[in-house]
Design a protein. Structure first.
Length: 173
């Protein structure tokens, strides 16, 4: 499904189609990118003749398959998520460790059931980069604060275990 904006169409594979009437404006913004248009006009045909790549501006006729590869450094792709999160839990030194550990296991089981291991690895990578670059992010937002695992990763500052927030508000079983 495409998202149509005023002069652009956003495709699920990340490409953008531009209306042919706005091509000159877009060429000024992104002169090196491949450009997709909704129609090939005579002036676009003429332009394509004079650029190095004859298909620089073309009509989008296919949607690229969704790339399930994660462009993360190898150390994050190989990260043992459970061990990482349990280390974070141990650092908090809670009085009720067994119950919190059980909550972590239940959440991790649901993350795995939904095939979200690499999603968690990506979040860990992003949080690490934010920390290294001293980028500040929000305290918490939306249903994500119901996840104790995301709290331990550092995505938000709301201890969902302490406030008894049900994880099912974030991910349904």
């Amino acid at each position: 499904m495409n998202t149509v904006l005023q002069d652009y169409t956003l495709w699920p594979d990340g490409d953008i189609t531009i209306s042919a009437k706005n091509i000159a404006k877009f060429l000024a913004i992104a002169p090196a990118n491949k450009i997709y248009v909704d129609s090939i006009t005579p002036d676009i045909k003429q332009y394509n003749k004079f650029v190095a790549s004859s298909d620089r501006i073309k009509i989008k006729d296919t949607v690229k398959p969704f790339d399930l590869n994660w462009n993360l450094p190898q150390e994050y792709l190989a990260l043992d998520i459970e061990a990482h999160i349990i280390r974070a839990l141990v650092k908090t030194k809670p009085d009720d460790m067994p119950k919190r550990l059980q909550r972590v296991q239940e959440e991790l089981d649901l993350f795995r059931r939904h095939n979200l291991d690499n999603f968690l690895r990506c979040l860990i990578y992003v949080i690490d980069q934010f920390t290294k670059q001293q980028i500040v992010w929000g305290v918490g937002r939306g249903s994500s604060v119901a996840s104790y695992v995301l709290y331990l990763i550092g995505v938000h500052d709301i201890d969902s275990y302490l406030y008894n927030l049900p994880f099912s508000d974030f991910i349904k079983a």
